[in-house]
Design a protein around this ligand. Structure first.
Ligand code: ZN
Length: 258
């Protein structure tokens, strides 16, 4: 990583001036934990082809058939599940958990499904695209751990409302679960400093959040090894991997606060 100490210094000061700091996290943080990305070189969809854009419609039309194909775990789904099973949080995930513990980071909005923020000890996490370890009822929206649901019956049914259970991961064509979306909007409404971490935020709804913060006079801090569509709008850009830059940032914040 190039010398980013000046950028770290500026970012640390912006974070400390702010009253409500959020992190918006994208695939870059997962890739650093060796989870294969979807797009780009080495991406799962590059290897297997884009998944069915009507995935959610297919589920709704035939939950039983959908579950039967999931149990077989064909194609990219198998690689993703295996990659995530082996993945561990990286120093960037731990740095965010520490920043929350310090009372500075209020919430993480993540586009990743890998559970690594919780694994690192973060508590306030909105998973826009769901969590690969969980299941969710499409009728009442309740979430379950996998061992809470009887999988002997396909499709599995919600123990509360008898609705169909699907994986919590949000499929193509599926609306973002309303509880998560509302949480993201509420948090963004309070935010005056957003960390943009390993995300190009080109997929909605995440794409809208940084500009909302910026429009209300909040600051944007990007940590990314690459330029993104957001770079020009950011007050500070730290060119590097989150696993390297975030521990430095948190260390600097800690010493400035003393
Ligand atoms: Zn239900």
């Amino acid at each position: 990583m190039a010398d980013v100490s000046e950028d770290i210094e500026k970012a640390a000061r912006l974070v400390l001036e702010a009253t409500y700091v959020l992190a918006l996290v994208g695939a870059g943080m997962s890739v650093e934990s060796e989870i294969p990305p979807f797009r780009g070189p080495g991406g799962l969809w590059t290897k297997y082809g884009e998944p069915d854009m009507r995935g959610y419609d297919r589920f709704i039309a035939d939950p039983k058939g959908w579950w039967e194909s999931i149990v077989k775990r064909e194609g990219y789904a198998r690689d993703l599940v295996e990659g995530i099973a082996q993945a561990r949080p990286n120093p960037g995930h731990f740095a965010l958990a520490e920043l929350e513990e310090m009372g500075i980071l209020k919430y993480i909005i993540t586009q990743n499904v890998d559970n690594l923020h919780y694994a690192a000890g973060s508590k306030n996490v909105a998973e826009i695209h769901g969590n690969i370890h969980k299941l969710r009822c499409v009728s009442c929206g309740r979430r379950f751990e996998r061992d809470e649901i009887n999988m002997e019956v396909i499709p599995p049914l919600c123990p509360h409302c008898k609705g169909y259970i699907k994986t919590d991961g949000v499929m193509f064509g599926e609306p973002i679960p309303p509880d998560v979306l509302k949480r993201c909007e509420d948090e963004t409404g309070k935010c005056d400093c957003m960390l943009l971490l390993g995300t190009s935020a080109q997929v909605y709804p995440a794409a809208a959040f940084p500009s909302l913060v910026r429009r209300r006079g909040g600051s944007l801090i990007e940590v990314n090894p690459y330029d993104t569509a957001l770079t020009a709008a950011c007050h500070v850009v730290i060119r590097g991997h989150t696993g390297e830059a975030l521990p430095l940032l948190v260390e600097r914040i800690r010493s400035l606060r003393k």
